[in-house]
Design a protein. Structure first.
Length: 297
């Protein structure tokens, strides 16, 4: 997984509630930056990656991986700025911090700036500064004037006196896949039973997180080592963006791909079936419904 943040809520829950163990799986959660996670999957060092939007760019460029499941279908990010910045147009000439080039927040930011008539990289300087905590520190130390932050980081930014300029969570118009499951294509073909077990444990955790608010807040508090009231706010902030069943429809798939395809210089979307395969998630969901499985506290 790219970072120890709320975006991995499903995977914390699957581990802590024993949903993977019920499938006979002993799963180790390894934190590695998105690029390293993707290379680990391709190289066979790990079976699955939890990268979201950051995985779509290399897949569209031909990397032999498939996107199988998503925790979120909406962007859990806000753009926080120095107090003296009062409008989006005032971002011209400013430095904006992101996690890494080619990441989901990078594409999300560039698309937003372009919609506002600002070319990211020319009118504003976009800097890759690392994790959410590193972006917050960069903002606090004035290494950047603005930063793309997730809830666990922007709560700290608010307390430090910075202000929210744009909330992609509240806007809701951006399809952004986060907390996704990817695997290499040859594993998908050679070990479909393993993939199905991993998806089943993850989907159970997703359904649990949707319906067991207090218990999931407790998991966030323990794993992220934050106070209960902060975990409560984070859960309530991200809950609207949690995908209903780990699946997005074809229109959402196209919308999620568009910014990454544009980055490649192409005008045409690749065939969706080359990027996404939600068939296993659909099968698992149907099985759970047939067995009338419900997540209990």
């Amino acid at each position: 997984m790219p970072a120890l943040t709320e975006s991995s809520i499903v995977f914390f829950t699957a581990r802590d509630k024993g949903f993977w163990r019920d499938e006979g799986l002993e799963v180790e959660l390894i934190v590695a930056r998105a690029a390293a996670s993707i290379q680990g999957v391709i190289g066979g060092n790990v079976e699955f990656g939890t990268a979201g939007g950051s995985a779509l760019l290399p897949i569209t460029r031909g990397l032999p991986m498939t996107f199988l499941f998503t925790t979120f279908d909406r962007a859990n990010f806000s753009l926080y700025v120095k107090p003296q910045i009062r409008s989006v147009q005032e971002l011209k000439g400013k430095r904006i911090g992101i996690s890494s080039f080619g990441s989901g927040p990078d594409s999300l930011l560039r698309d937003f700036l372009n919609d506002q008539g600002i070319e990211g990289g020319r009118d504003s300087t976009i800097l890759a500064v690392g994790s959410g905590m590193e972006r917050f520190i960069a903002l606090k130390t004035e290494a950047v004037d603005a930063a793309m932050l997730s809830p666990s980081a922007y709560i700290m930014a608010e307390e430090a006196g910075f202000k929210e300029l744009v909330s992609f969570i509240k806007q809701g118009g951006h399809v952004y896949l986060q907390g996704g499951i990817i695997t290499r294509n040859n594993l998908l073909k050679s070990e479909p039973a393993l993939v199905e077990k991993f998806i089943r444990g993850s989907l159970k955790a997703l359904l649990y997180a949707q319906t067991n608010r207090l218990q999931t807040i407790g998991i966030l508090s323990r794993v992220l080592k934050i106070k209960q009231d902060i975990a409560t706010r984070i859960y309530d902030e991200i809950r609207p963006g949690i995908a209903q069943d780990g699946i997005v429809n074809e229109e959402q798939q196209r919308k999620s791909l568009t910014p990454f395809v544009e980055r490649t210089g192409s005008k045409d979307l690749p065939p969706l079936q080359r990027i996404f395969d939600f068939s296993i998630t659909r099968k698992v969901l149907a099985d759970l419904k047939a067995k009338k499985w419900h997540p209990s506290p």
